[in-house]
Design a protein around this ligand. Structure first.
Ligand SMILES: Nc1ncnc2c1ncn2[C@@H]1O[C@H](COP(=O)(O)OP(=O)(O)OP(=O)(O)O)[C@@H](O)[C@H]1O
Length: 251
């Protein structure tokens, strides 16, 4: 079996007496979308924080491409290729789409190669940025100020900026949130394409999107993974049905 890009081992974090993350292990393999679902308060955001490095676990480890990154901070993990999106957004509303992505490319490359070669020229930066913008389908909006974008377009811009990191793994927190049916369908198609760039750990409440995209689904309840498997396995799991999935989702 191929080595996981992301390997989370027995993570634990308590807030006082509450075990928000209670011994969670999961992996993300090359090319896959692994969805993490669970009811409100199950501990999804806490787990994402532990993986991204904004929270420090009481116990357990996070490996990125075989390297133990548990002791590193959020910036180091981003530089190591962990692209987290949608909660903390670095989009500058007064800059255009192109300017935002140029800055993201510059930031990512400048950080990595500062000591090894001169900064890239403006033309190279623009070329790289244009490629990321095209990938998310925003080319005809490149000159628009980010603050004037529609909600779904802004999410696409955030993904273009995440692409600038040359990510090894995407960690996406509710990318469909706030979108209508058309927007959700477009985002679903985009994520299906981006999985070939880097595998995606997808926290999402939109079950249509989860069932359409996920190679594997893990169900988090009260800080614990109560089931993990294919979409078909999860839909058929009696404990999952009791704990989380409503009847309408199983039809
Ligand atoms: N900083 C904190 N201090 C104390 N308790 C917290 C803190 N952050 C989260 N919690 C608690 O930990 C539990 C898990 O919260 P978390 O936000 O991770 O769940 P979630 O699955 O992301 O929920 P939602 O789907 O509503 O976003 C909840 O009971 C929450 O109240």
């Amino acid at each position: 079996m191929t080595e996981p890009v992301l390997d989370v081992r027995n993570l634990q974090l308590s807030f006082g007496a509450l075990k928000a993350t209670d011994g969670v292990s999961l992996t993300l393999r090359p090319g896959e979308i692994h969805a993490l679902i669970g009811p409100n308060g199950a501990g999804k955001s806490t787990l994402i924080g532990l993986i991204a490095g904004t929270l420090t676990p009481d116990a357990g480890q996070v490996f990125l491409s075989g390297r133990d990154v548990t002791g590193t901070d959020v910036v180091a993990r981003a530089r190591a290729g962990l692209a987290r999106s949608f909660q903390v957004s670095a989009v500058a509303g007064e800059l255009t789409v192109l300017q935002n992505v140029v800055l993201a490319v510059q930031g990512a490359r400048g950080q990595s190669f500062r000591f090894f070669r001169p900064a890239l020229g403006q033309a190279d930066l623009c070329e790289a940025a244009e490629a990321h913008i095209a990938r998310v389908g925003l080319s005809d909006r490149r000159a628009v100020q980010a603050g004037d974008l529609a909600h779904g377009e802004r999410r696409r811009l955030e993904l273009a900026m995440a692409l600038a990191l040359c990510p090894r793994a995407f960690v996406l927190d509710e990318p469909m949130a706030g979108m209508g049916p058309d927007g959700a369908r477009e985002m679903t198609a985009l994520l299906d394409d981006l999985r070939h760039e880097a595998p995606i750990l997808l926290v999402e409440h939109d079950m249509d999107a989860v069932f359409a995209l996920a190679d594997r689904v893990s169900v988090l309840v009260s800080g614990r993974v109560i089931a993990s498997g294919t979409v078909a396995e999860i839909r058929a799991d009696a404990e999952v049905q009791r704990a989380y999935l409503g009847e309408e989702m199983l039809e």
